[in-house]
Design a protein around this ligand. Structure first.
Ligand SMILES: [Mg+2]
Length: 229
């Protein structure tokens, strides 16, 4: 894994149905060095994982990921990717998976790998998978943006690297901190809350999300409708 300051990246490889081998970048991010200037012109869809794509539960082996997936989650994501033609990124807090916590980190990466594999097997592909291993109150270097949601570092990092205009992008999550992190990265990002997982009840809502729907299947449809499909 390439190590950068506050950031580690490796490529996950999976075989697509047509036999091609597709690569998905997996990024572990502690903080973002602030340089986002919103001059990107690509739009994107960000999705939280736990409570949105899967039910809460321990993921010790790939089969656990399959078992915990919300029914229809993978299919609706792939349909969202193919129909909207927008890049889809996972942005996930994985608290306590620091490099020192080897077993926990390995399990977190295994679970992300299996999720990406399920999507590739259905004919889709994430543009990227990002997770933040910080503890919730961990300090980050002065002048940087914490990647741990409710902070916006993961969005800013992806936006800077891939030229994403966050004001024209979407965030789908189950927690108020997903909505807050998106809006802190850019106040005009469109937010969609789902009624699975934390159901938006993890903390008081400082604002109402743009969409509030039953689950990831409806959230995908909501975004597609917004996109005119
Ligand atoms: Mg969540």
């Amino acid at each position: 894994m390439a190590v950068d300051k506050g950031r580690q990246v490796r490529r996950m490889e999976h075989a697509a149905p047509d036999g091609a081998v597709l690569e998905t970048p997996l990024e572990v991010l502690d903080f973002h060095m602030p340089a986002y200037t919103c001059d990107g012109n690509k739009r994107a869809i960000f999705v939280d994982r736990d409570g949105v794509l899967n039910r809460f539960g321990e993921m010790k082996k790939p089969g656990d990921v399959d078992e915990l997936m919300v029914p229809g989650a993978v299919e609706s994501l792939v349909s969202l990717m193919k129909t909207s033609r927008l890049p889809v990124y996972v942005v996930s807090n994985q608290q306590g998976c620091s490099t020192e916590a080897f077993a926990k980190r390995a399990r977190a990466e295994m679970a992300m790998d299996r999720l990406a594999e399920l999507v590739v097997a259905q004919g889709g592909k994430f543009a990227g998978v990002v997770f933040c291993p910080n503890k919730s109150r961990q300090q980050v270097p002065e002048g940087t943006v914490n990647a741990f949601k409710p902070h916006g570092g993961m969005f800013l990092e992806v936006a800077l690297r891939d030229g994403i205009d966050l004001s024209q992008s979407y965030m789908i999550g189950d927690s108020v901190k997903d909505m807050v992190s998106a809006r802190s990265a850019h106040p005009e990002m469109t937010t969609v809350l789902v009624k699975t997982g934390n159901k938006g009840q993890d903390e008081p809502r400082p604002f109402e999300p743009d969409g509030f729907v039953a689950n990831i299947v409806e959230a995908s449809q909501w975004v597609l409708a917004r996109e005119g499909f």
